[in-house]
Design a protein around this ligand. Structure first.
Ligand code: FAD
Ligand code: NAP
Length: 314
């Protein structure tokens, strides 16, 4: 029979927002349960150096997330390796069902499900996912030792991935649809100075070209956004780094959303359109999307949930 667990505060997600909410809710003696989801530690586990977490000049993303998990646990947060498959927000206590079959009931819920990598949506991109097409350089870069690689995108992720991939690749072509990068200046500076990286401006990926036996990528066809001219670039790896979309599947039909799917919160708070449901981190933030801002919102969500529980005690 399915196990039912009741908690005052259910935290869904284990990125900086979720773990910080775990620390604060534990210290408020709310005995929170945190469900980690498919990516324990969240997006920072897919990167290497993090250089903008205050107090640490440089830390590896996965190490930082292990420390955050340990911190939340040490404060008393119960951390569970499960994935929430559905969330009923129509009645209190709220009910969430885990992939494990466990039923979680909670007086308040903190949504900290973050964001997931976006894809271009090309059939050829889909066909070669896992066979040369990737959205995670730290996960897959090692397979391209001595090979030519392309990276698509012009933000922080694309530039960091291009830089990281030069540790393995013989050449990295950064393909961007404009001639201006939106990445931080310090990263652009490193990119421009790296002799292994060649930017290709005003181009879009048109098709991933590959072979089936063995299955793998051999080239990309890229299109000039102004002239339409197609060029073929030989490569073994294609890293798509065109941003992230909020992971709103659990609540997209019940909560107010903004900017294409981010959960709306009241200004200066983490309250969503349903009392008792709070949202923090990249799930709600289309603008800043940083580890430190997510952690800050995780703190706010725990404090908001604490107040909500105190005011709505039965
Ligand atoms: P996320 O980190 O996205 O975590 C979401 C969590 O929700 C995951 O644990 C996931 O398993 C869980 N989840 C999702 N759905 C469910 C479900 N149904 N049930 C249970 N759990 C669920 N920011 C910086 O400040 N500095 C950097 O150097 C930096 N580098 C980055 C490098 C890369 C490659 C990327 C992709 C991002 C980087 N960022 C960086 C941005 C930063 O990682 C994010 O802003 C931050 O991780 C967002 O935190 P979060 O807690 O909102 O969500
Ligand atoms: P992003 O900042 O949204 O950048 C996405 C890039 O992909 C943009 O250059 C965009 O082009 C391009 N793009 C989007 N859709 C495209 C399409 N269909 N075809 C071709 N190109 C497309 O995303 P991100 O780089 O993943 O960063 C996400 C957040 O995480 C940001 O807030 C970022 O600061 C943060 N982050 C921080 C760090 C760090 O602090 N070191 C590292 C990584 C990420 P345009 O520029 O033309 O729009």
């Amino acid at each position: 029979m399915a196990e039912t667990r009741h908690t005052s505060v259910l935290i869904i997600g284990s990125g900086p927002a979720g773990y910080t909410a775990g620390v604060y809710a534990s210290r408020a003696m709310l005995s929170p349960i945190l469900v980690q989801g498919i990516e324990p530690g969240g997006q920072l586990t897919t990167t290497t150096e993090v250089e903008n977490w205050p107090g640490l000049t440089e830390v590896q993303g996965p190490d930082l997330m292990i420390q955050m998990e340990a911190h939340a646990k040490a404060m008393g947060c119960e951390i569970i390796g499960d994935i929430i498959m559905s969330l009923d927000t129509t009645a209190r206590p709220f009910t969430a069902i885990g992939d494990s079959g466990t039923i979680y009931t909670a007086d308040a819920v903190i949504l900290a499900t973050g964001a997931r990598a976006k894809w271009l949506g090309l059939p050829s991109e889909d066909a070669y996912k896992g066979f040369g097409v990737s959205a995670c350089a730290t996960c897959d870069g090692f397979f391209y030792r001595g090979q030519e690689i392309v990276v698509i995108g012009g933000g922080n992720t694309a530039v960091e991935e291009a830089l990281f991939l030069t540790n393995f690749a013989s050449k990295v072509t950064l393909i961007h649809r404009r001639d201006e990068l939106r990445a931080e200046k310090i990263l652009i500076d490193r990119l421009m100075k790296n002799p292994k990286i060649e930017p290709l401006w005003f181009h879009q990926l048109d098709e991933v070209v590959g072979e089936d036996n063995p299955k793998g990528v051999t080239a990309v066809r890229v299109k000039h956004v102004k002239t339409g001219e197609i060029t073929e670039i030989p490569c073994k790896g294609v890293f798509v780094a065109i941003g992230h979309a909020p992971a709103n599947e659990l609540v997209k039909d019940v909560l107010e959303l903004h900017n294409g799917g981010y959960v709306t919160v009241k200004p200066g708070s983490t309250e969503t359109s349903i009392p008792g449901i709070f949202a923090a981190g990249d799930l709600t933030d289309h603008k800043y999307r940083q580890a430190v801002t997510s952690a800050g919102m995780g703190c706010m969500a725990a404090l908001d949930a604490e107040r909500f529980i105190a005011e709505n005690a039965v």
